[in-house]
Every structure is written in C-alpha cells, then in structure tokens.
Design a protein around this ligand. Structure first.
Ligand code: 6PG
Length: 249
C-alpha cells in the first residue's frame, strides 16, 4: 500500500444544505479566479456537467458574482459533453449557456465548448487541438476543474471499464458509454490530473455510498474512476452537502 500523502488526502468541505454548499463554492471560485488573474492575467475553469452544479452556475450568473468576477479574463471549458447539439436538453453546454452564460457579459471567445453536434472523434481531436493552442502547451494546466461523480463512480465521462481510463497520451477522447449506448467526449486523466485544483461537487443521499467508497479508496481503481483523480499539484477538494457526506462516519 503506497503511503498516503497529501495528494491522496482529500480536503473535505461539508455544508449543511445545498444552498450553503453553492454559496461556499461560489465564494471560493471567485477567489481562485482572482488569484489566477493576478498571477497569469487570465483564469481557466473547467465546468462539470450533470445536474448538481446547476445551482452553482445560477449563483455565479447572478449578483454579486455577475459583476464582481472579471469574466472578460475568465475562460470556461467543459470536462465532458454528450454528443448532442447545444439545443438538446442533454447538452452540458446548453445547460451552462442557460444557467450561467446567458446572464454574463463574457466574450464568446472565452467560451470553449465541445462540439456535441460533431462526430465524437472529430470533436475530441478538435477540442484537444484548441486546448493546446489556447494554453500554448502540449500539457495544458487548468486553474480549476469542477467535477461531479455518478453513483457508479464515474466522473466527467470516464465510466467504469472504459478504455479511456487507460489513456496516457490523448488529452481529450471519445467515450462510448455502454449503459446508455451513447457517445460522449471527455477530458482524460492526464489532462484532468494536471490541473492546479480539482474540486468535486456532490450532493444528495444517493451519492453518500459512492462518496464513502471513493474517499476510502487506498489507490486509484479503474472500476471506480473518481478514485483515479489524483492531481499532481495538490489534494483533491470535495464539496459535499450533509446528505452526500452522511456515510463518511
Ligand atoms: C455529465 C457529467 C457527469 C456528472 C455525474 C453526476 O456529463 O453527466 O460530466 O460526470 O458530473 O454524472 O451527475 P449529477 O450531478 O447529475 O448527479
């Protein structure tokens, strides 16, 4: 068993109810953005898909964050996308556009969406190319990555048993999700784990078991992909509501 170092000792932030969780995370997002802009003149944030972050995006799109965050210097990326057009109700970009982007004054060039309307491989290769150009590097380092976790332990579109979990070179890859029989595009572990900060945002009693499983895992386990999120630059932070944290003991 490898010694647990701080990279594997996650930071836990447990809020009472969901509104408190969103408020805590929004405040911290603002701090990360200001720090990154102070250091680099810009900030890169990878947004999570799914339903949990919706309330956070709504909060960030409203006052005071709408006016106090310098959105002109913030670049928004996506951790994964379902291969559907933006107007499809399943589109992660579509959800972010409705809940956040529609309320912000942010340049269109700051929004880096995955082309869900394309074919998966083309969308993945094109996104990877755009990422490298934007970062000016073959190993982009995001300032902040927001992730959710599914009850099966998936995160982004890294699903248990999928080959993408073994990807060591590509930064963005197409993923066939066996349960739904649908294609997705996801950032891969080498790219995600290169981020400065990675935060899981998890809520609800339905996630209590997987949160316990992931946080108690000793080593990365591809059967539980969220355990493979091990950033090289520091610990993972978990932001949980009381229900999602209820089985941590
Ligand atoms: C997606 C997400 C996915 C999500 C988890 C949790 O596109 O669905 O990237 O990884 O974060 O499935 O989803 P909920 O927040 O809806 O529970």
């Amino acid at each position: 068993m490898s010694p647990r170092n701080d990279r594997m000792n996650p930071e836990l932030h447990i809020a009472g109810r969901l509104p408190e969780l969103y408020a805590d995370v929004a405040t911290r997002v603002q701090k990360v953005i200001h720090t990154a802009i102070g250091r680099d003149g810009r900030c890169s944030v990878v947004l999570a898909g799914g339903g949990t972050p919706l309330g956070l995006y709504r909060l960030l799109g409203a006052e005071p964050y709408r006016s106090t965050i310098p959105w002109g210097k913030v670049h928004l990326f996506f951790g994964d996308e379902r291969m559907v057009p933006p107007q499809d109700p399943d589109s992660n970009y579509g959800m972010v556009a409705r809940e956040l982007l529609a309320h912000l004054s942010i340049p269109a060039g700051n929004i880096h969406r995955i082309a869900g309307e394309s074919d998966p491989r083309t969308a993945a290769r094109s996104y990877e190319h755009d990422l490298k150009v934007w970062c000016g590097s073959d190993s982009p380092r995001f300032d902040l990555v927001l992730l959710g976790v599914g009850e099966d332990g998936h995160t982004a579109s890294l699903f248990p048993g999928t080959a993408v979990l073994g990807e060591s070179k590509r930064l963005v890859a197409e993923v066939f999700e066996p349960r739904s029989g649908k294609w997705r595009v996801s950032l891969t572990l080498p790219l995600l784990n290169n981020a400065r900060e990675i935060w899981f945002l998890v809520a609800g009693i339905g996630k209590a078991d997987v949160v316990r499983t992931v946080l108690h895992a000793g080593d990365p386990d591809p059967r539980i992909p969220a355990t493979c999120i091990r950033p090289g630059n520091g610990p993972v932070s978990w932001f949980l509501d009381r229900e999602a944290a209820s089985r941590l003991g």
